[in-house]
Design a protein around this ligand. Structure first.
Ligand code: PRX
Length: 639
């Protein structure tokens, strides 16, 4: 299927897979022993399908495992080299991080935050973000971090759904040299909510902001706070965080993760995948507002007492050399980024990375979307200088941590550009057809997971039914991630994109239904459908089709900007379509379903013949007519 690269780090621990294959439950039990537990579990896995309770009866604290455990040996070790977008920088040792987290834990307690309460965090990539998460974890409050690119309406939905009474934000955040008014956005989002008790404001940009009765400055409270705090002993299943993510229907849902299982999964996968050593400097470019940042910026590296770089801004700001500059400056040895970022770097040309000293790099990683083989090879050659393995890690917000990846920390297997290689130890995965039968090797089908793993989500916040239907109803007793995949002759998995109505734009998940209902909520819009088409850099971009109400008098130019404005306000700029086509009607099957594949074909300039399978028994002539009509309608409306 493709060329292979025999490159590893010389590790060879076959017994890990052997143990996991023979009994995944006792295997994970062994792995859990790498963490610090206040008291041991009574039961490794209580599986009450489809609800998993890992290490039931055991008590643990995530913040304790990230900080307290390192104070004897590593208190002076750098935990975070922080690089601000505007050139500011800070170095935080494990002792300093520990002190700030304990102080903030006391602040939160003084504000009345109790075990089980939810705290919303809306911060840029500054040290106060992991500090806030760890302070919540320390007292047993469940954090819900919102990516700082989301709009006031999105925040409001999430704050209401999680019923967070306390919010931590900043006066502003830097993005491409501009200040994003985070506090103002928070004020707007909570203006109609009567249950907000406190808003803590970190000073980042020193912008003029309005301080309201619920607001306090973070620094002022921290100054007065004591640095004595004992981490609270929590049930292993205690909810560590809620992270909202887009699905196929409705508004984003809160993925709920527990503590002991999640940490076990992260501890092991970080070690296996990154072969982390005390001397490493690790840099993951993910924003903590997404799951990669939660798992592999905050929790996994800290569990291992690793040193990492945390960067606040855009990877190409102020210019295309920024990232390589950071890698050189901090002697980064492990680099973990996204295919979207790599495609962008590749476009900028080899001269830029070639002019930096990247000789310390020993391992490269990719996450979030399929990596094109040619981008993989560029990464391997130009950044890794043909001496570093690349791990292509497949996982999801819901899986908590990696489920497919090459694992140079435990074995050397040939790498194939574009394949994540094999499932991690302890995971039973298959590719099946619509009826749940295994498809032949080399055939595309749906990826499913047949057993449980410790990082798996516990449920969707406040919606067990939805959790059952979304993930566990398509195939009996199997987890359905919603991805197409193929398993090749060598047992390697190739991830082939989403099988549902979820788009992946620059690696970010966007639900078509959420976007469509936002567009339809514009007063002049009667109907809308969106689809994703391939893009050289972002992987996928959004194209939307809009049917206007009959009596609309506005011109399409102003409607287009109004719709875009509405999307930015309701969701955030990441959901902005690349093109909006105004059409007289949407192509539908006889039963009224929108023919999405047809929309996609038109938007990608493909021919009707390229749509291989027809949906819903609709005749080819009807599809052809719909296709012609739609194309005509687009032309008419664009003249
Ligand atoms: O479609 C898969 C894609 O990203 C989805 C999960 O998105 P999210 O929850 O935002 O988490 C992203 C970071 C883990 C998956 O269902 N995906 C993720 N990693 C890969 C991938 N597709 C192909 N290859 C990957 N390595």
């Amino acid at each position: 299927m493709s060329d292979t690269f025999d490159i590893g780090l010389g590790n060879n621990f076959p017994e890990i897979r052997e143990k996991a294959d023979s009994d995944f439950i006792s295997f994970w039990e062994q792995q859990a022993k790498n963490l610090h537990w206040f008291s041991p579990w009574e039961r490794v896995l209580n599986w009450n399908p489809p609800f998993a309770r890992w290490f039931e009866g055991g008590t643990i604290n995530a913040s304790y495992n990230a900080l307290d455990v390192h104070q004897e040996q590593k208190s002076q070790k750098t935990a975070i080299f922080w690089e601000g977008e505007n050139g500011d920088s800070k170095v935080l040792t494990y002792a300093e991080l520990f002190e700030s987290v304990k102080k903030l834990a006391n602040v939160l307690v003084s504000l009345g935050v109790k075990k089980g309460d939810r705290v919303t965090i809306y911060l840029p990539m500054i040290p106060e973000l992991p500090i806030s998460m760890l302070a919540c974890a320390r007292i047993g409050a469940t954090h819900t971090v919102i990516f700082s690119g989301f709009s006031a309406t999105s925040i409001k939905d999430r704050v209401v759904d999680s019923h967070s009474k306390v919010i931590i934000t900043a006066d502003g955040g830097y993005r491409r040299g501009k200040v994003v008014p985070l506090k103002e956005i928070i004020d707007e989002s909570i203006s109609e909510l009567d249950f907000i008790e406190h808003v803590l404001v970190v000073k980042r940009t020193n912008s003029e902001i309005q301080m309201n009765s619920v607001d306090s400055y973070y620094d002022e409270l921290m100054e007065k706070s004591s640095a004595q705090h004992l981490a609270v002993s929590l049930e292993s299943t205690h909810p560590l965080f809620i992270l909202y993510t887009s699905g196929t229907t409705g508004k984003p849902k809160g993925v709920l993760h527990g503590t002991g299982g999640y940490l076990t999964h992260l501890y092991s996968t970080y070690k296996w995948a990154f072969d982390i050593k005390d001397s490493d400097v690790y840099f993951c470019t993910a924003d903590i507002g997404w799951v990669t940042g939660h798992s592999y910026v905050v929790y996994a590296p800290l569990l291992h007492g690793a040193t990492q770089v945390m960067y606040e801004g855009a990877p190409d700001f102020p210019d295309a050399s920024r990232i390589w500059n950071i890698l050189q400056k901090y002697h980064v040895s492990i680099f973990y980024t996204t295919p979207t970022a790599l495609r962008m770097f590749m476009k900028f040309g080899d001269d830029i990375p070639n002019s930096f000293d990247l000789s310390k790099i020993r391992l490269l990683g990719s996450v979030g979307e399929p990596i094109n083989p040619e981008v993989w090879r560029w990464y391997y050659r130009t950044i890794g200088k043909e001496k570093c393995p690349i791990i292509d890690t497949w996982w999801q917000t819901e899986t908590g941590g990696m489920l497919i990846s090459a694992l140079p920390g435990i074995e050397t297997i040939p790498l194939k550009p574009g394949s994540g290689t094999k499932p991690i130890p302890g995971i039973q995965m298959s590719v099946v057809d619509e009826n749940g039968n295994d498809v032949k090797r080399g055939t595309k089908g749906y990826l499913i997971i047949r057993n449980q793993w410790p990082g798996m989500l516990q449920t969707l916040w406040g919606d067990d039914e939805k959790y059952k239907t979304v993930y566990w109803s398509k195939y009996e007793n199997c987890y359905y991630p919603g991805d197409y995949a193929l398993e090749d002759e060598d047992g390697y998995f190739w991830l082939l994109g989403r099988a549902d109505d979820v788009l992946k734009v620059a690696g970010h998940r966007i639900g078509t239904a959420e976007l469509e209902s936002c567009i339809v909520s514009h007063t002049d819009v009667a109907e809308s459908a969106v689809c994703g088409i391939a893009d050289d850099v972002k992987g996928e971009v959004i194209i939307s089709f809009v049917v206007l109400k009959q009596n609309t008098t506005k011109d399409t130019k102003s409607l287009e900007s109004e719709i875009i404005q509405k999307i930015r306000e309701d969701i955030g700029a990441i959901a902005t379509p690349k093109e909006i086509h105004f059409v007289s009607k949407l192509p539908k099957t006889r039963s009224g379903k929108i023919m999405r594949r047809l929309l996609k074909a038109i938007a990608s300039n493909e021919k009707i013949g390229d749509i291989s399978t027809l949906e819903d028994g609709t005749a080819i002539s009807e599809i052809q007519t719909a296709f012609d009509e739609l194309q005509k309608s687009i032309k008419e409306n664009s003249n």
